[in-house]
Design a protein around this ligand. Structure first.
Ligand code: ARG
Length: 462
């Protein structure tokens, strides 16, 4: 039983094998939870004292000891022994070393099963707030950029074929909508994270007269969990969080995909500043959109984190199983990845310029205002299906005669339908096409401006 005595040593005749200590150890990654582990233990000790299970004297010694440990970890002067298995055992052992037997009273009415559940909930609650703030900054950046690009007309695509002209501002605000939903999803997930698990103990609750609501108050949880077995088995909130993180990544990735395309010579719609791109080690002319590509690539990691967690959970018998220790690396990876990607993306976007001329020229091509001609005929009383057919004929005529919709004469239009008049010639410019789409949620300047106004109000900027 030599150098590292385990808390369970009473029942064991042999020391743990070194290889087992290494294999079961989670300290190298769960030590990042130290602050929450200590915060939770301080509240637990206060609750035990409040419930008269622990003397005030012992409580004081424990709290002082824990605060000392926190300070030393933060100063970087306390190194844990990997044989301590996890952050809970490492902190407890250090506490007992510092304050003696009173330290052994901290784990009263508690198990590592409800302790880890608590640590993760405290950690995730704080991280969600940080990620929501990053999403807010990105939405703010998108709104700012959209306000600058209210005159910029670009081709809107479906199937990556030119479809209809839109405002670049409308495109940017589309992503603001996505990131706003992401923030909403995280806020919703936070409600289910924000529940006190402490008191579930190993799985059945405790026979000691603890006050769970007191612990909840101390740790600022509006609710306590309602079933001790569920409490130690539940990782739903982690799965939910990673799913929400995966959607953030998917949205970033789609934006990045467009930026990669737009940075190409073929599109030439956008240029990312030198400081936010990289070069080639062999081709001197290259400037590559590596940040955008890496964000697209890192999306795969977060999807992997989600699948790892769901797979981890699917076959577990009730309640706690050691498998659950494997929930932390995917969670931490998802948190780190989504935070890194959100901050670098927002920075990169602030250093990207859009080429309004190239966008405008591209918007004019590809017969992208053909729908406007059909809508014009509808206004003249032509049934939409028939109008579609007539305009299809006009496009075919242009293709044969190498013309564009803009350089056909009124006479040519009239040869397809007698209802055409002068107005058609201006109707088909990309700007007029855009500004015709005035209904709520459309791409007309008035509609986009209205949505930006609402959005700013929601972001609390106006
Ligand atoms: N390190 C463990 C985990 O992350 C803490 C809980 C351990 N509980 C136990 N009974 N072995 O899940």
């Amino acid at each position: 039983m030599a150098e590292n005595k385990k808390p369970w040593s009473g029942r064991f005749g042999e020391a743990t094998a070194k290889s087992v200590e290494t294999f079961t150890c989670s300290l190298h990654y769960d030590s990042r939870l130290y602050r929450y582990d200590i915060e939770g233990s301080i509240a637990h000790a206060a609750m035990l004292a409040e419930s008269k299970i622990l003397s005030r004297k012992d409580e004081k010694a424990i709290v002082r000891g824990l605060k000392g440990i926190l300070g030393d970890i933060e100063k970087g002067v306390l190194a844990f022994d990997p044989a301590d298995e996890d952050i809970h055992m490492a902190v407890e052992k250090e506490l007992i070393r510092r304050i003696g037997p009173a330290g052994g009273k901290l784990h009263t009415a508690r198990s590592r099963n409800d302790q880890i559940a608590l640590d993760v909930r405290l950690y995730l609650r704080a991280e969600i707030d940080g990620i929501v703030a990053l999403l807010g900054a990105l939405q703010g950046r998108l709104v700012e950029t959209a306000k600058k690009e209210m005159q910029t007309v670009m081709p809107g695509y479906t199937h990556l074929q030119k479809a209809q002209p839109v405002l670049l501002a409308h495109y940017l605000m589309a992503f603001a909508e996505m990131f706003s939903r992401d923030a909403g999803r995280l806020a919703d997930c936070r409600k289910r994270v924000n529940v006190l698990p402490l008191g579930a103990a190993a799985l059945a609750g405790t026979g000691l007269p603890i006050d769970r609501h007191c612990a909840a108050r101390l740790l600022d949880f509006p609710q306590v969990s309602r079933n001790s077995m569920d409490t130690v088995a539940d990782r739903d909130h982690i799965a939910e969080f990673i799913f929400a993180a995966a959607l953030v990544m998917m949205h970033l990735s789609r934006f990045c995909e467009d930026l990669v395309l737009w940075s190409s010579d073929e599109f030439g719609f956008a240029e990312i500043a030198d400081a936010y791109t990289t070069g080639s080690s062999i081709m001197p002319q290259k400037k590559n959109p590596d940040i955008a590509e890496l964000i697209r690539g890192k999306t795969a990691r977060v999807y992997g984190d989600l699948v790892a967690l769901l797979t981890l959970l699917k076959g577990l018998p009730m309640t706690y199983n050691r498998d659950l220790q494997e929930d932390k690396e995917p969670l931490f990876d998802a948190v780190d990845t989504v935070k890194d990607c959100l901050s670098i993306f927002t920075e990169m976007l602030a250093h990207t310029v859009f080429n309004a001329q190239r966008m405008r020229a591209a918007a004019a091509g590809g017969f992208s205002t053909a729908t406007d001609i059909a809508e014009y005929l509808v206004e003249k009383g032509v049934p939409f299906r028939q109008a579609h057919e007539i305009v299809g004929g006009i496009v075919a005529y242009c293709l044969q005669s190498r013309r564009t919709l803009e350089d056909l004469t009124l006479g040519e239009y009239q040869s397809f339908h007698a209802g055409f008049d002068e107005a058609i010639l201006s109707r088909i410019s990309p700007e007029n096409s855009v500004n015709a789409r005035r209904t709520y949620g459309g791409t007309a300047q008035a509609a986009v401006r209205e949505r930006i106004r609402e959005f700013e109000k929601k972001l609390g900027r106006k």
